[in-house]
Design a protein around this ligand. Structure first.
Ligand SMILES: C[S@@+](CC[C@H](N)C(=O)[O-])C[C@H]1O[C@@H](n2cnc3c(N)ncnc32)[C@H](O)[C@@H]1O
Length: 427
């Protein structure tokens, strides 16, 4: 499409959607295809120049095709047969064209919600503008790592009273683990009883590969025996199997990717672990929020001192104590973010706070230092804003923000904590 481009260089995760569409198009041309997607070729667009540069990516895309086949036949068809009225939510919908091609959607009254980046949605709407879907379709533009995605879905007409089938197809390994936990938890808490989920998950080994158009973006994985417990914590009772069990004779690798299916069960939702931010916060009355922030800030300042010292003695020790600390502080960060009426306003302070720092891939000494400095700074800023009652939008006009701009090396952190101390004492 000329108007909207999904470029491999500028936006490489969205580009995976084009590759998957390309594999579905190739499959559709085979003699006995597992799936036929008449829209895939147009959606993928011309991939020749990409494959000229990335010959090793050409492949057959067997895994994507097997997964599409599995969902069409084992998940969606029975779901539509069992529900006269339903909602189907595709999280990371990419260039999926089921709404146009899957005949089973014509039976009953189903609404498909396609959630993806605005870029993908605009491109897809432009390519398919003259086509008629087989069921109602609503495109929701959202970055799923932003906490507001669920309210955007609800504002688009999603109802917590109608059963929902959630499909996380080719998504979870691209998004930080804590964010996936929060997505699954939000989904479980905001949908009707008898709702179901499908997701595919990779094993940890695949995240080490760091090559190929898909795996280079893989952030995290789970061993198959840990999958049920992970989903339980987020309110889903699941079973799982390696994709190999459904491979239809195709090459889906060996025990690297896992199909997970299950139903909503809020009784399993973890109320003690790190996902318990809201419950934690409920225990902090509004009147005590400021003193909570002051304690938080004090904690971060103390830890910053210790980490800087350890880092100067030996960078590896510093990195170790930094990771230990952020693991401990994670629930508090969640609690603060979730307490905001507009969680996204945290971005004015630092968008790093919306990501899980423990999954960062750090190779060089400079990357390690920059990572520690960046995240500790974000925590200091957060504590400072809470303690001084400064709204995120006004933070950029404070001295602390301006000093923070200078803080690039780890040694600068001490002058930043010193300044914060003075600002708090003077307020
Ligand atoms: C590998 S594609 C799979 C697309 C589709 N589910 C399919 O199977 O054809 C991954 C999709 O997830 C989307 N995605 C990844 N991270 C996302 C995020 N944080 N927010 C919204 N969409 C995201 C990408 O834009 C892309 O469309």
């Amino acid at each position: 499409m000329d108007e909207y481009e999904i470029d491999d260089k500028r936006s490489s995760i969205p580009f995976t959607a084009r590759l998957i569409a390309h594999y579905r198009a190739m499959e559709s041309r085979r003699e006995s295809p597992l799936i036929v997607d008449p829209y895939a070729e147009r959606l993928a667009g011309n991939m020749e120049s990409y494959f000229d540069e990335h010959r090793w990516s050409r492949g057959t895309g067997d895994y994507a095709v097997v997964r599409t086949h599995y969902i069409d036949n084992y998940i969606l068809t029975p779901w539509c047969e069992d529900h006269a009225v339903s909602q189907i939510v595709l999280l990371g919908a990419g260039l999926d064209a089921r709404a146009y091609r899957l005949q089973t959607l014509k039976e009953g009254q189903h609404t498909i919600f396609e959630v993806d980046y605005d870029l993908i949605n605009k491109y897809k709407s432009a390519v398919l503008r003259d086509e008629k879907p087989l069921c109602d379709i609503v495109r929701v533009s959202s970055d799923l790592s932003e906490l507001s995605w669920i309210s955007k879905l609800e504002k688009s007409g999603f109802s917590s009273k109608t059963p929902a089938l959630w499909l996380l197809e080719g998504l979870v390994y691209y998004v930080d683990q804590t964010i996936v936990e929060s997505i699954l938890k939000d989904a479980a808490k905001n949908c009707a009883d008898k709702s179901k989920v499908f997701a595919d998950v990779c094993v940890p080994g695949l995240t080490q590969a760091q090559f190929g158009p898909f795996m280079m973006h893989f952030k995290w994985g789970l061993n198959i025996e840990d999958v049920p417990a992970f989903f339980s914590r987020t309110g889903w009772n699941v079973t799982c199997a390696f994709a190999d069990a459904y491979d239809q004779g195709r090459d889906v690798g060996q025990k690297g990717l896992i199909f997970v299916t299950g139903k909503r069960d809020l009784s399993l939702l973890d109320t003690t672990g790190k996902l318990n931010a809201e419950d934690m916060l409920r225990r902090i009355p509004a009147s005590e929020f400021q003193s909570f922030s002051i304690k938080f800030l004090k904690n971060v300042m103390d830890a910053t001192g210790i980490i800087v010292e350890a880092y100067n003695d030996n960078p590896d020790d510093g990195l170790g104590s930094y990771f230990q600390f952020i693991d401990r502080i994670k629930p508090a960060v969640h609690a603060i973010i979730e307490s905001l009426s507009d969680p996204l306003s945290i971005r004015h302070i630092s968008s790093r706070l919306l990501r899980d720092p423990s999954t960062a891939v750090l190779h060089t000494a400079d990357e390690k230092e920059a990572h520690i400095v960046g995240y500790l700074k974000a925590l200091l800023f957060l504590g400072f804003c809470g303690a001084r009652g400064i709204a995120g939008e006004h933070f950029t006009s404070t001295n602390v923000y301006l000093e923070g701009l200078k803080t690039i090396k780890i040694d600068h952190l001490s002058s930043l904590t010193q300044l914060i101390r003075e600002e708090i004492d003077n307020s």
